[in-house]
Design a protein. Structure first.
Length: 147
């Protein structure tokens, strides 16, 4: 069987389109998060309606579809958001202040050093019930079934 110029042109075109598709697919994927350190001084806290917010990262890792971490500051008497649910799980680590969290169907008071685990699809919320700003770290992660 003899290859014609047309056969070669079709093969080269197909190979080129395949390589271009792979390049586009790889370019659209966010980079895998590697080792990282986030210092308090290096965090860029921007204002919100209820306090401040610093996004640390939102990226895939070697084992997670997405790792999202941020720090929220809530003024006294404010809520982070209305009770809600989402499929991903999250940790909330209280750095400063006194908050109440909706967790497991109950409002619970938590202070500095406290850790809250919000389970998948479990209603949760957080409000600052103290006299000072509440500061807390949030760590969310998603894996295949958590989308």
């Amino acid at each position: 069987m003899m290859l014609t110029k047309r056969d070669i042109a079709v093969a080269v075109t197909a190979a080129g389109l395949s390589l271009a598709a792979v390049a586009v697919a790889q370019a659209s994927k966010p980079a895998i998060l590697g080792p990282a350190v986030y210092t308090w001084e290096g965090m860029k806290h921007g204002p919100t309606d209820v306090g401040a917010y610093a996004q640390l990262t939102r990226a895939p890792t070697a084992t997670l579809d997405e790792l999202e971490m941020h720090v929220t500051t809530l003024r006294p008497g404010t809520n982070s958001h209305a009770p809600h649910t989402h499929p991903n799980e999250e940790l909330v680590i209280i750095k400063q202040g006194t908050v109440e969290v909706l967790n497991g169907g109950e409002w619970k008071r938590v202070g500095p050093g406290g850790v809250v685990f919000n389970a998948s699809n479990s209603p949760h919320a957080l409000r600052n019930v103290g006299d000072e700003a509440a500061v807390y770290h949030v760590i969310n992660w998603k894996v295949g079934k958590g989308k």
